[in-house]
Design a protein around this ligand. Structure first.
Ligand SMILES: O=C(O)c1cc(=O)[nH]c(=O)n1[C@@H]1O[C@H](COP(=O)(O)O)[C@@H](O)[C@H]1O
Length: 282
């Protein structure tokens, strides 16, 4: 039997969060942020922006989450920057969650899995975001490959944007909401994993408290929405309650707006991380 490539994602995430605190920072090179950093909209500026964020944060925070769209805008030059971001962030000890929100029929999903979760893929990250709109089962190739390679997937369940609620809270054939069905499906995949499984869910820090029951998930909960979308660290307790230890809050603009000085970016990330740690450990 061949030795596993690396420890399972649930273990790796648990370890890095224990060492660095519970925070994911998004690398979202918005045009308005480039402007605020005195940069133009060119591939060279994209690289400067993204690598400054990596330099400042990859040795400090548990997880970095580059948003693929902001790199894709620049075509192949942007993808080359994204490859460098992933590689150098991992070398500095952060896990990289590539935010691509992929989802397709199973056979195409296999190709997405090979693009982002295969050992030899130039864009291989530690985890990706995936969309279950084609059915939770259609994600099987990504979930399977992630398990084989010690990587993870985060399935959109209840997103942070106001438009998500109507669809995600509608009632699924199981009698629960669509969002709850996604959480429960992830829970089935994660059953028996220790310290937790490799299938996370995405649930916005902006959602209504009590909308979802995460108690059986046994996996990480990526919680976007802090800062620019209006949620605060305090709202995390209201929304996630007893499941707070599994929550990985993520924030992008609210940190990046403090650039371009690496020290200021680091200080902003430390502030949010310490606030979340305080909430968790009292
Ligand atoms: O999957 C995500 O990361 C995500 C899911 C979600 O429900 N809401 C959400 O905002 N996101 C992403 O999280 C980031 C939020 O950015 P800020 O609002 O600047 O913190 C963006 O990259 C979004 O694409």
């Amino acid at each position: 039997m061949t030795a596993p490539l690396r420890a399972p994602f649930g273990q790796r995430l648990t370890d890095v969060v224990r060492a660095r605190g519970p925070l994911c920072v998004g690398i979202d090179p918005h045009p308005s942020l480039l402007l605020a950093w005195d940069l133009d909209e060119s591939p060279a500026s994209l690289e400067r922006f993204a690598m400054t964020a990596v330099e400042a944060l990859a040795g400090e925070v548990a997880v970095l989450k580059p948003q693929s769209a902001f790199f894709e805008v620049y075509g192949s030059a942007g993808i080359a920057v994204l490859e460098k971001v992933i590689r150098e962030a991992q070398q500095a000890g952060a896990l990289v969650l590539l935010d691509v929100k992929r989802g397709d029929i199973g056979s195409t999903m296999t190709a997405y899995a090979m693009a982002y979760l295969d050992e030899h893929a130039p864009l291989a990250a530690d985890a990706i975001t995936v969309s279950p709109y084609l059915g939770y089962g259609s994600l099987a190739p990504a979930i399977g490959m992630a398990e084989q390679t010690g990587r993870g997937v985060f399935v959109l369940a209840r997103t942070s944007n106001p438009e998500g609620a109507g669809l995600q809270q509608s009632i699924h054939g199981s009698g629960d909401s669509v969002a709850q069905y996604i959480v429960d499906s992830a829970a089935e995949t994660n059953l028996d994993a220790t310290p937790m499984g490799h299938v996370g869910v995405v649930a916005g820090a902006t959602i209504r408290p009590g909308d979802l029951d995460f108690s059986r998930l046994n996996g990480p909960i990526l919680a976007p929405g802090l800062g620019a979308q209006g949620a605060t660290v305090r709202t995390l307790r209201e929304v996630f309650g007893e499941s707070l230890p599994n929550v990985l809050p993520t924030t992008s603009r609210d940190i990046l707006r403090h650039g371009p000085t690496p020290d200021a970016l680091r200080a902003a990330a430390h502030r949010v991380r310490d606030e979340v740690s305080e909430l968790l450990h009292g």
